[in-house]
Design a protein around this ligand. Structure first.
Ligand SMILES: Cc1cc2nc3c(=O)[nH]c(=O)nc-3n(C[C@H](O)[C@H](O)[C@H](O)COP(=O)(O)OP(=O)(O)OC[C@H]3O[C@@H](n4cnc5c(N)ncnc54)[C@H](O)[C@@H]3O)c2cc1C
Length: 413
């Protein structure tokens, strides 16, 4: 069987590795000619790290990123609300890895080139159109740098892993329109700092306006420093609209630094963190409605193309990786491509739709907002504002929805 994987992002590359491991001839077609380490930090939760471990890709990633030990939540005055143990520290058999998204993509690309052979990876092939034709699928590509059309390619199945601006999704739903914006802007960057809290901690501070930060580089950690990924998020007037989401749009710190001027915590000085960033990127908080169908003929969707979600709960990349694993298993086990795609979609579409909707309600990070609503001027005793049992239930509930509760992740295969 020959699979055409559209998009060499996190989801597409892991899909290609999973398909290859299942004995399927996988080809990856990536729009850009050269994959450069773009983006900032991203998280891999233990359930997807387990899958990466099965592919032999966990160890190289642990050499790059940080095995996160906890997520700590504070109000905007720096008062402690809740600590959620993460990864190995929480009893999972697999770590949570916080890593530079670009380094993750380049590492996966290198592994895919080595395993699949370089001639299975096609950089500079941007999908233009495709159609399911009888017992196969035919795809047409262009090199966007030159405008030159690439030769037509035939395969048995086509997997649209082409991200939030998916061409494959747009061909299924031409009238869908732009992504949906909730009125929040996110400014993201990486800044080298002193290590903070446990040295492996993620923290979120704030209420309606937040700042999240975490270390993403083992190399920095090894020399006593922290390469700190951070994201500042706040709401603006949504009626003003937003510029189309672009992962590579530069932001200006003057547009948001004044909002964080008083955020000087004992463990990290936020204005100093923002000022020292070499570059800042701006992205609107967008997602898309869950779809009624992912599969049409011999083509289906995966990752952000299928279920773009707000960056809450650390789930974007993790869910794409789980999609990849379920898809490869379905193509191996089911009787025929159409039945396999049906089985894949029946499993993954409802689960990921729940996460998209859950994230619209604020994900587990909503606890900082709840706390601010209940105690806008701070608190003396968090138990009186947000009882421990309530906080625990929010986190347990989210882990179940996103399929990373301890028991299911650690259960033997
Ligand atoms: C440049 C970039 C930077 C990002 N930075 C961050 C970040 O800092 N933090 C974060 O949490 N998330 C970031 N993301 C999103 C994150 O990678 C995804 O949410 C998640 O990993 C799911 O991955 P995915 O493979 O589904 O989508 P993506 O990682 O978006 O990958 C999609 C891939 O498809 C390619 N592509 C698109 N259209 C076509 C086409 N027609 N033909 C062929 N190829 C196509 C794109 O070039 C891209 O490589 C970024 C995405 C990109 C593309």
């Amino acid at each position: 069987m020959k699979a055409l994987v559209i998009g060499g992002g996190i989801g597409g590359l892991v899909a290609a590795l999973e398909l290859h491991a299942a004995g399927i001839d996988a080809h990856v077609f990536e729009s850009v000619r050269e994959v450069r380490p773009l983006g900032v930090g991203i998280n891999l939760l233990p359930h997807c790290v387990r899958l990466l471990d099965g592919l032999g890709a966990m160890e190289p990633l642990l050499e790059l990123g940080v095995a996160t030990s906890e997520q700590v939540f504070f109000n905007r005055f720096g008062q402690h609300i809740w600590t959620d143990a993460r990864g190995l520290a929480a009893g999972y058999k697999w770590p949570q890895i916080s890593i530079h998204r670009g380094e993750l993509q380049v590492a996966l690309m290198d592994i895919a080139r080595e395993r699949l052979s370089p001639d299975r990876i096609h950089p500079g092939w941007h999908l233009q159109s495709f159609e399911s034709a009888g017992d196969g699928v035919v795809a047409r590509f262009v090199d966007r740098a030159t405008g030159v059309e690439q030769p037509e390619v035939r395969g048995d199945v086509l997997i649209g892993a082409d991200g939030i601006h998916s061409t494959v999704r747009a061909s299924f739903y031409p009238d869908e329109g732009p992504a949906k914006w909730n009125g929040a802007l996110i400014y993201r960057a990486v800044t080298e700092t002193e290590p903070f809290l446990s040295g492996r901690s993620q923290f979120m501070a704030g209420g309606e306006q937040t700042l999240i930060a975490y270390p993403i580089s083992k190399a920095h950690m090894d020399r006593g420093r922290s390469l700190t990924n951070w994201a500042a998020r706040f709401f603006v007037d949504p009626s003003k609209g937003f510029e189309k989401e672009d992962w590579n749009r530069r932001g200006d710190i003057a547009d948001f630094l004044p909002r964080y001027e008083n955020w000087r915590f004992p463990w990290l000085d936020i204005p100093a963190l923002i000022r020292a960033a070499p570059a800042v990127w701006e992205f609107p908080m967008v997602d898309r409605d869950p779809l009624p169908r992912w599969t049409h003929g011999r083509a289906t969707l995966l990752g952000d193309a299928a279920h773009p979600m707000y960056p809450l709960g650390s789930n974007g990349a993790s869910q794409a990786i789980i999609d990849a694993s379920v898809l490869a298993a379905s193509l191996t086990n089911a009787d025929g491509v159409e039945a396999a795609l049906r089985a894949y979609e029946d499993d993954r579409r409802p689960k990921t739709a729940q996460i998209v909707l859950h994230n619209r309600r604020g994900g587990p990070e909503r606890i900082v907002r709840m706390c601010e609503e209940r105690a806008p001027d701070g608190f003396d005793d968090i138990e009186k504002v947000m009882p421990r049992a309530e906080l625990q239930a929010i986190f347990d509930g989210y882990k179940t929805v996103a399929s990373f509760d301890l028991d299911s992740v650690n259960r033997p295969a």
